[in-house]
Design a protein around this ligand. Sequence first.
Ligand code: NAP
Length: 246
Amino acid sequence: MEQTLKYALVTGASRGIGRAVAVKLAEAGYRILINYASNSAAAEETLRLVREAGSEGELMPFDVADAVAVNEALAAWQETHAGEVISVVVNNAGIRKDNLMMWMPAEDWHRVLSVSLDGFYNVTQPLLKGMLLAKWGRIVNVVSLSGIKGLPGQTNYSAAKGGLIAATKALAQEVAKKRVTVNAVAPGFIQSDMTADLDEATLKKQIPAGRFGKAEEVADLVAFLCSDAAAYITGEVISINGGLYT
Ligand code: NAP
């Protein structure tokens, strides 16, 4: 890449996996655009950790499902960074609203799909042109084991992540010639606020590795996929689940 400063946008970077990814990419020399929905205090802490890792960052709050808000934030950034390219996007923002399909309200169906799928489109589409023109880019989508095998009680979440897996494979083929890779990482159970309500002591007995994963372990995988070393990996879904598969 010719540009001197490298920028990475991480959605849902205020907490959990997104925060760990932000810190890892900061260690790799990226300036981090820290997206989040509403938790400014947590996002400020991510920014502090990014600086502690030796890089710089800025907060970029928006709801990934809100196309107008995303476009406004990205356009405002580009205005103050003429000629600069956001060359790495990690679509990590995601939510769970679990329920048996029988009891699932339409709003929970739509919201989970929208954050995952519309979020992917809203954030990735405007940034793609810059990557294609620069002839270098990395797009990593954080999906889930649920999107591969489907989990009962998560029909909405499984559909959202499964859709994102298909989008990953399709887009990868569109942009590979321009040295833009598109991959997905599929975590199993990872310790974070999202899994804080789960019974870890019982669930970990089903996991061959005998424990929940750490956000930092997912972040290491994402950072590898964003590196030059991963240039020939694209359209892949890489599981990170301690052996929990079927
Ligand atoms: P988490 O701890 O609940 O954090 C969620 C992050 O997403 C927060 O930064 C939150 O921002 C942000 N966010 C939520 N809705 C958003 C929206 N509409 N727009 C922008 N940001 C939004 O979650 P996590 O466990 O780190 O999960 C991160 C990703 O990994 C998700 O896509 C999840 O589905 C996936 N995943 C997690 C696990 C797991 O076991 N933890 C397993 C498989 C896949 P605020 O702080 O402002 O709320």
